[in-house]
Ligand binder design. Structure first.
Ligand SMILES: Nc1ncnc2c1ncn2[C@@H]1O[C@H](COP(=O)(O)OP(=O)(O)O)[C@@H](O)[C@H]1O
Ligand SMILES: O=P(O)(O)OC[C@H](O)CO
Length: 496
């Protein structure tokens, strides 16, 4: 029976493949972490071959765990870490450089030049994005300028660029499809979110030849079929969305004003603004929520570069814990009298500060500070940053204050963090039953297109809450902590 849907969730730290049945139940999971490369301060790279191998292996594992074969799968949906740029040779399919990851700051100087040339307003107007190394365009230009002969080969049409969705589509279809979806295109700074097309002026300014660009399709388009040699049968690929957009779908945030926040390596909060393209006054990004059957739904987004990455640093960098889930219980035992505040600007600060040169700082250390206070500071930093994002969103969005935040991603497994989040936001936080929301969103795109899953309304009706965290912190304490945080950020910024 071909009623199963496979979601491929290619994240920053791991690749997951999940088999869902017709009732959205998870029947099989494959997951593999892969290596993070930090060649210099502020640089982050991935090996695209490792991403590819982990994708094939996790799909095979998920199928085996679900006790099904490829011919039982109605469709695949792909979701991915966004902005990360890969350039490959169209003839060999081989990448010409490691993937330059979204967190990578190597193009900060290029961005400064774009700002000095007075191009910020034009770039915001067309793309909805601010000028920052976060986005793919300047990363692609960097690769073309630093790999010998690459620019000439790109101009001659011999190289292809893609965000991770695009690279996986190319490989999965055996080099037959060079495409991406509109949400991924919207994160390159080369794509006009008003016209819904690549923009030649942007490509000229950022120095990316249009010959390298993929074709842009709807999130629920036909993206071809997998090469039968990979999984034993050809499987249609019927859905693609950047991971944060897939999470908007998976959280069923289909109505304007609904907000979700995803806590993985970074944290990304998106509010659905419907057909209205809201221009931010608070340095948030205007982006697509999704594009379904030719119809664009917009969103405002706040992006934080370090969320779970701070937990990973406690584990792998400092060795304070051996597992991520030890941080919450540790934080719960921290000395309340110590005001230790961490600004985890390991790779600069994102929204609403946009300071690529800032680096992390810890304030309030004393001789009594230990692992407990450090764990609390790392987890609390994520909550403080979400507070800043949602405050900015409330200023920008005139459709009324969102009352509840829907959360997902690896970090929301931590009850302590979710309670502290509700406390600092002074608003309830809802954690859904299905925590694999991103994968579920990609699966819905594919499942609906394949005719196996219901429409938006039917799907939204199946969203279930697992827990609600209600705010409980006294207002005075909340205010005091928020002041400590804003003071710490002010002292960390390089652009005061
Ligand atoms: N119980 C936990 N408490 C705190 N952080 C956690 C917990 N479980 C996972 N994490 C963090 O969540 C992140 C993984 O989330 P995930 O959504 O898989 O991220 P990504 O898609 O970016 O790879 C890691 O950075 C990890 O440190
Ligand atoms: O891999 P995640 O879940 O941290 O998400 C990465 C984002 O898409 C980057 O913009």
């Amino acid at each position: 029976m071909a009623g199963f849907i496979v979601a491929i969730d290619q994240g920053t730290t791991s690749t997951r493949a999940i088999v869902f049945d017709e009732t959205y139940r998870v029947r099989g999971v494959g997951q593999q972490e892969f290596q993070q490369h930090f060649p210099r301060s502020g640089w982050v790279e991935h090996d695209p071959e490792e991403i590819w191998t982990s994708t094939v292996q996790t799909v095979r594992t998920a199928l085996a765990e679900a006790l099904i074969s490829a011919s039982d799968v109605a469709a695949i949906g792909i979701t991915n870490q966004r902005e990360t740029a890969v350039v490959w040779d169209r003839d060999t399919g081989k990448p010409i450089h490691n993937a330059v990851v979204w967190q990578d700051r190597r193009t900060a100087e290029t961005c400064r030049r774009l700002l000095d040339d007075g191009l910020e307003a034009l770039l915001i107007e067309k793309t909805g994005l601010l000028v920052d190394p976060y986005f793919s365009g300047t990363k692609v230009a960097w690769i073309l300028d630093h790999v010998e002969g690459a620019r000439a080969r790109a101009e001659a049409g011999r190289l292809a660029f893609g965000t991770i969705d695009s690279f996986l589509l190319w490989r999965l279809t055996g080099g037959r499809v060079h495409a991406c979806d509109a949400t991924n295109a919207a994160r390159t700074q080369l794509y006009d979110i008003g016209t819904g097309a690549w923009d030649d002026e942007l490509c000229r300014l950022i120095k990316v030849p249009m010959a390298v660009l993929p074709e842009v399709r709807d999130c629920d388009a036909d993206f071809g079929t997998t090469d039968p040699s990979l999984f034993g049968a050809a499987i249609p690929i019927l859905g693609v969305a950047g991971d944060q957009h897939a999470a908007v779908i998976g959280q069923a945030c289909f109505r304007p004003g609904m907000v979700k926040s995803t806590y993985g390596t970074g944290c990304f909060a998106l509010i659905n603004t419907g057909e209205t393209r809201v221009a931010s006054r608070s340095r948030l990004l205007t982006t697509l929520a999704y594009r379904l059957s030719g119809k664009t739904t917009y969103a405002l987004e706040g992006s934080i570069f370090v969320a779970g990455a701070a937990v990973q640093w406690l584990r792998d960098g400092l060795g304070l814990v051996s597992r991520a889930d030890e941080t919450g219980p540790l934080a719960a035992e921290a000395d309340e009298a110590q005001d230790v505040v961490m600004v985890p600007a390991f790779t600069g600060l994102g929204a609403p500060w946009w300071d690529p040169d800032a680096r992390g700082a810890i304030f309030g250390l004393t001789r009594r500070t230990g692992p407990k206070e450090m764990a609390r500071a790392a987890l609390e930093a994520v909550c403080f940053q979400t507070h800043d994002l949602l405050s900015a969103m409330n200023r920008d969005w005139e459709g009324g204050e969102p009352t509840v935040l829907r959360v997902d991603g690896g970090m929301v497994a931590s009850d302590w963090t979710m309670q502290r989040l509700a406390d600092l936001l002074d608003a309830p936080v809802d954690r859904p039953v299905v925590l694999e929301t991103t994968a579920l969103g990609a699966a819905w795109l594919a499942g609906h297109k394949a005719g196996v899953w219901p429409d938006q309304e039917g799907f939204a009706g199946s969203w279930r809450r697992e827990s609600r965290f209600e705010p409980a912190m006294p207002a005075v304490e909340r205010g005091r902590r928020l002041t400590l945080w804003s003071d710490a950020v002010r002292r960390t910024l390089t652009r005061n």
